[in-house]
Design a protein around this ligand. Structure first.
Ligand SMILES: [Zn+2]
Length: 153
């Protein structure tokens, strides 16, 4: 599983591809024991027509607030990683959305998650949302006000 990418689709066949190196990092933050806290970061990658490929992420760091059932991605390094990737790739690698973990096997967004995304994740383009659970990864696209869960391929 670690050496393959993870792919999701929406009902129109638009794909979300998570590259193997990203998947490996995300799985490393799973809350597998009783004291591990939530982790969060941003997703970075490219848009190809209606498809999205996640190539990089930012990871937890200084300034973030991490609890068992709460995370706040406050560290300034998240935006720095986005800026660095954008500059290095001449704009090909962009901010695509965000990820965080949940201490549940099959994760689903909390009311707080939905509220935060609706208020703060405002963009012209569709944004990607990932929640990394202990056994499954929940993925969705945010299209204006609509949050549309994706299906694993
Ligand atoms: Zn959450």
């Amino acid at each position: 599983m670690l050496n393959t990418e993870l792919t999701f689709t929406d009902e129109f066949g638009s794909l979300l591809v998570i590259m193997p190196s990203v998947l490996k990092k995300l799985l490393g933050y799973r809350q597998l024991d009783s004291f591990s806290n939530e982790a969060a970061g941003v997703l970075i990658g490219e848009r190809r027509e209606s498809h999205v490929v996640v190539h990089e992420i930012s990871e937890p760091g200084e300034g973030d607030i991490r609890r068992r059932y709460f995370v706040d991605r406050r560290g300034p390094h998240h935006q720095a990683v986005v800026n660095e990737a954008f500059a290095r790739s001449s704009g090909r690698l962009q901010y695509l959305g965000e990820w965080h973990t949940h201490a549940e096997d099959s994760p689903s967004p909390s009311a707080m998650d939905l509220g935060t995304w609706r208020r703060h994740l405002v963009a012209q383009e569709k944004m990607v949302l990932l929640i990394v659970g202990r056994k499954k990864i929940w993925a969705a696209k945010k299209d204006a006000e609509l949050i549309v869960p994706l299906i694993g391929v």
